[in-house]
Design a protein around this ligand. Structure first.
Ligand code: ATP
Ligand code: LTN
Length: 332
C-alpha cells in the first residue's frame, strides 16, 4: 500500500481488568493485524475507566499491566502509536469542547450509560454520562478513518459521527468522519449465559475466559459451558451456546462453520467442548508467555509508553490548535 494512501485507525480499551477472550477476538487481535496496513494508534483508556470507582494503587498497576497485555497481543510500538490516554492532555481538552457540542438527549440514549448506571446505582457520576464525548475526542483528535471495535461500541461511533458532522457544519471542515470496523467475532458471549456478552466485569468467573487464564482453567470453563439439550454441533438460530463455541473455535483454528460441523458429526458436546478448550488454551499460550516476559522488563514498557505519548501528542496537537481557533478561543 502506498504510504500517503494509508488510512488512519484508532481504538482504545479500558484498563478495568485482564482482557477477556471477547476483547481479544472482538478487538485487540485485529488491531495487531491492522497495524500492517494502516497508520494506527491504540490507547489504554484510563480516563474512561475513572467513570467507575477504582482503588488507586490497584488501578495504577492495572494500567501498566494492560499496556503490557496490548503488546503481548501483538500490538507493536514500532509499527503503531501505543499510548496511555491520560498522558496526552489533548484528550481531556477536546473532550470538554465536544461535551459542549453534544446534547443531553443524545447522551441519555446511550445503552452503555444505562447499563453501567444500573450496575453502579450508587455512583452515577457526570463522567459516566459524558463518556461518549471523551471517546469522540479520542477518535477525532487523530482524524481516524476507521475504528476497530466490538459491536457494543457501534452506538458510540454513531454519536461520534453525529457530533463531528454537526461541528463541521457550524465551524467548517475540521474532523474526518470515522467508520466503525466490526470484526466477525464482534460479540463473544458469556460461557455461563450465552445470551449475555462476555465481559471483564462479569461477577461469574465461569462465564469469562481471560487471556491470562492457565490452560487447565480454560479447559475446565469450556467443559462447563452452557449449551442446549440437543446433540448436534451445528450453527443454527436458537443454539446460542453452541453458536458461541463454534464462533470461538472457528476464530482460533481458522476452520469454517461447515468444517467444524462435519468434524464433529456424530460426536457429543463433550468432545466438542474439550476441543474448543484445548484450541483456545494453545492459542493463548504465546500471549501469556510474552506478557510474563514484558512484566519482567518494566524499563522497556516505560520507554514504550513515553515514546507513544510523545508521538500521540505531536499528532493530536494539530487538531487541537485548529479546534481552539475555530471555536474562537484567544491564542496564547
Ligand atoms: P467492562 O466489563 O469493563 O465494561 P469490556 O469487557 O466490555 O469491559 P471494553 O474495555 O469496554 O471491555 O472493550 C474493549 C473492546 O473490546 C471494545 O472494542 C469492545 O467492543 C470489545 N469487546 C468487549 N467485549 C466483547 C465481546 N464479548 N465480544 C467482542 N468484543 C468485545
Ligand atoms: N468506550 C470503549 C473504549 C474506548 C474507545 C475509545 C474505543 C475509549 N475510547 C476510542 C474506540 C475508540 C469501550 O468501552 N470499549
Amino acid at each position: 500500500m502506498e504510504e500517503q494512501k494509508k488510512k488512519v485507525i484508532l481504538s482504545g480499551i479500558q484498563p478495568t481488568g485482564v482482557f477477556t477472550l471477547g476483547n481479544y477476538l472482538g478487538a485487540v487481535r485485529n488491531w495487531a493485524q491492522m497495524q500492517e496496513d494502516f497508520h494506527s494508534a491504540y490507547m489504554i483508556a484510563d480516563l474512561h475507566a475513572l467513570t467507575v470507582r477504582q482503588e488507586p494503587a490497584d488501578f495504577r498497576k492495572r494500567i501498566l499491566s494492560c499496556y503490557a497485555l496490548l503488546l503481548a497481543c501483538g500490538v507493536d510500538p514500532d509499527k503503531s502509536v501505543v499510548f496511555i490516554q491520560s498522558h496526552v492532555p489533548a484528550h481531556s481538552q477536546l473532550g470538554w469542547v465536544l461535551a459542549c457540542n453534544t446534547q443531553f438527549g443524545e447522551l441519555s440514549r446511550m445503552t452503555q450509560f444505562k447499563d453501567k448506571a444500573a450496575q453502579h446505582a450508587d455512583n452515577i457520576n457526570a463522567g459516566l454520562f459524558t463518556y461518549p464525548s471523551l471517546m469522540a475526542a479520542d477518535i477525532l483528535l487523530y482524524q481516524a478513518d476507521l475504528v476497530p471495535v466490538g459491536v457494543d461500541q457501534k452506538q458510540h461511533l454513531e454519536l461520534t459521527r453525529d457530533v463531528a458532522s454537526r461541528f463541521n457544519g457550524i465551524y467548517g471542515q475540521t474532523f474526518t468522519l470515522p467508520e466503525p470496523y466490526i470484526a466477525k467475532e464482534a460479540k463473544i458471549m458469556s460461557l455461563a449465559d450465552p445470551t449475555k456478552k462476555m465481559s471483564k466485569s462479569d461477577p461469574n468467573p465461569n462465564g469469562c475466559i481471560t487471556i491470562l487464564d492457565e490452560p487447565g482453567a480454560i479447559v475446565k470453563k469450556f467443559k462447563r459451558a452452557v449449551t442446549d439439550s440437543e446433540m448436534e454441533v451445528c450453527y443454527r438460530e436458537g443454539k446460542d451456546g453452541i453458536n458461541n463455541l463454534m464462533t470461538i473455535y472457528a476464530a482460533v483454528t481458522g476452520l469454517t462453520m461447515e468444517q467444524i460441523a462435519a468434524d464433529f458429526a456424530g460426536k457429543g458436546y463433550g468432545d466438542f467442548k474439550a476441543a474448543v478448550g484445548e484450541a483456545v488454551a494453545e492459542h493463548l499460550r504465546p500471549v501469556r508467555e510474552r506478557y510474563a516476559d514484558l512484566m519482567n522488563n518494566k524499563d522497556y514498557l516505560t520507554e514504550c509508553y513515553r515514546k507513544g505519548a510523545e508521538q500521540a501528542a505531536n499528532i493530536s496537537r494539530r487538531t487541537m490548535e485548529k479546534v481552539y481557533k475555530k471555536v474562537g478561543l484567544l491564542a496564547k
